[in-house]
Design a protein around this ligand. Sequence first.
Ligand code: SF4
Length: 113
Amino acid sequence: MSARNDRSYSRRSILKNGLAGAAATVWAVRMVSAQQGIPHVASSDPMVQSLGYVENAATVNPAVNPTYKAGQTCGSCALAQGGAADKWRPCRMFGGKLVSSAGWCRVWVKQPT
Ligand code: SF4
């Protein structure tokens, strides 16, 4: 392979990687934008009471919620959607709303290993 071909390959690689990076950035921005219009679960939501949802799992009262185990959060629940780094995420139990990754409810499901 000639030096010119090596250079062409490098340019092609740079262009290809640059486009892949740009596409990933656009996708990430769209995911953030898509979540910006979605409301957080309100404390007045009837599902909050029935499922015992709290925005901060550290506030769960084990006497009232004996199924709660330390370390369980929406961020570690199999029903949470979105990205692991998202502070607010969609949840299959709260359609059309976002739950706090630090939150918890009685439906918490262990993620498959
Ligand atoms: Fe959080 Fe899981 Fe309950 Fe949804 S189902 S609110 S992610 S603990």
